[in-house]
Design a protein around this ligand. Structure first.
Ligand SMILES: Nc1ncnc2c1ncn2[C@@H]1O[C@H](COP(=O)(O)OP(=O)(O)OP(=O)(O)O)[C@@H](O)[C@H]1O
Ligand SMILES: [Mg+2]
Length: 239
């Protein structure tokens, strides 16, 4: 199987990209696939926090600024199937390397054969040029169950289609069955014309996991959000 590269993106900030990227990558690795998760959100880089992993020496910024080698920024998890390239959590503004993100494909080409899946978390306002620069990138759109979010998702879909970037699917995150006014998967399919729309339920376990610094699919595998994400991971593996 060739490596599947998945860029997790969204029309708006705070919709659940990092929660999705972290738990999806972790779930895929638990399902036995060799997985690399990259925090390519240099604006609000939070992936490491989700793993309670904050004492790392080198980050993606160091690689993009050509201070270290690729192997210096790949961290190995307890699960041998899981590797992580974190971004620096503290704000060293002058050291940001956002304009060099476009070079990431050069590094990906060097390591991609080592992995079944490479999951990339991205910044709040999406960057088509960045996704386009990644060879064979698949985009995974994350949005919330409200009409503004879905309208923006439809706009992104059209832009991705125009750019020739494959959409692997869309996740509607933070769904709540008690709120009948929320946009349903069916409505989202009709409005956006995106195939493969999945949902992740709103779940306090997500906050609990973040507090513990252990992804929900590990710390609370039976929680609603974890079960949803594991099921999405199984679907994505089969695609
Ligand atoms: N399914 C869920 N149920 C409950 N809370 C959630 C869920 N998904 C995400 N959250 C919470 O919503 C907040 C935003 O999530 P997250 O950080 O994943 O969003 P983001 O899109 O990555 O944000 P940013 O655009 O800043 O990178 C976090 O506090 C997270 O714990
Ligand atoms: Mg994020």
């Amino acid at each position: 199987m060739s490596t599947k590269v998945i860029v997790v993106m969204s029309p708006k900030g705070g919709v659940g990209k990092t929660t999705t990227a972290v738990n999806l990558a972790t779930a895929i690795s638990i399902l036995g696939k060799k997985t690399l998760l990259i925090d390519a959100n240099l604006e609000t880089p939070h992936v490491a926090i989700y793993y309670g992993f904050v004492g790392f020496k080198y980050s993606l910024e160091d690689l993009l600024n050509e201070r270290v080698k690729l192997e210096d920024v790949i961290y190995k998890g307890d699960d041998e199937n899981f590797h992580l390239i974190p971004s620096r959590v503290t704000n060293v503004a002058a050291d940001r390397a956002a304009n060099k993100l476009i070079n990431m494909n050069v590094y990906l080409e060097q390591i991609k054969d080592m992995y079944d899946f490479i999951v990339i978390d991205s910044k709040p306002s999406y960057d088509i040029a960045f996704i386009k620069a990644i060879k064979n990138a698949n985009s995974l759109i994350v949005c919330n169950p409200d009409i503004t979010s879905i309208i923006e998702a439809k706009k992104i879909k059209e832009e991705l289609d125009d750019s020739g970037i494959k959409i692997i699917g869309m996740i509607i995150n933070k769904t709540n069955s008690r709120i009948k006014e929320q946009i349903t998967v069916k409505e989202a399919e009709q409005l956006t014309k995106i195939g493969n729309i999945w949902k992740i339920r709103e779940d306090n376990g997500v906050y609990n996991a973040l507090r513990q610094g252990i992804p929900a699919v590990i710390s609370l595998p039976k929680s609603e959000a974890s079960r949803d994400i594991t099921s999405i991971a199984k679907n994505i593996i089969k695609l």
